[in-house]
Write a new protein. Structure first.
Length: 132
């Protein structure tokens, strides 16, 4: 048996603002943007080169969902974006105005720095240490 997580729903305030961040600043690909009627869309984005896990940008529809915007990880790092070139992506994100909460650091498991998305959800940008 083979299973994988195909979509992670990320609650956002506005579809187009979220696309501006994920596609415009992080360089994700727009996989799908389908009008579902009643001011609802099915918006899926994917990091460059990703083949399985993608983000569903889900616009908040009520007060409870709006309260979750930016707090889906409870103040902890919520999502982990693995890269094959930390320095390239870190420099590109800084130039695009992505807000990092710390300087890059070298850990036993790799090079990492925490950044925030447009709503304050915390992400790790990480380049794992190569296996021996």
């Amino acid at each position: 048996m083979r299973q994988f997580v195909s979509l992670i729903a990320l609650v956002v305030a506005d579809y187009d603002a979220a696309l501006g961040f994920y596609v415009g600043k992080l360089g994700f690909s727009l996989v799908e943007d389908t009008d579902m009627g009643k001011d609802k869309r099915w918006v899926v984005v994917s990091p460059p080169g990703a083949t399985e896990t993608r983000l569903l940008l889900a616009r908040a529809a009520d007060d409870a969902q709006r309260a979750a915007i930016g707090a889906q990880g409870g103040g902890r790092v919520f999502l982990f974006l693995t890269t094959d070139d930390f320095d390239r992506d870190h420099a590109r994100y800084l130039a695009a105005g992505v807000r990092f909460l710390e300087a890059p650091r070298r850990e036993a498991y790799g090079t990492v720095a925490v950044f925030e998305d447009l709503h304050g959800n915390r992400w790790d940008l990480i380049e794992p240490t190569a296996a021996p």
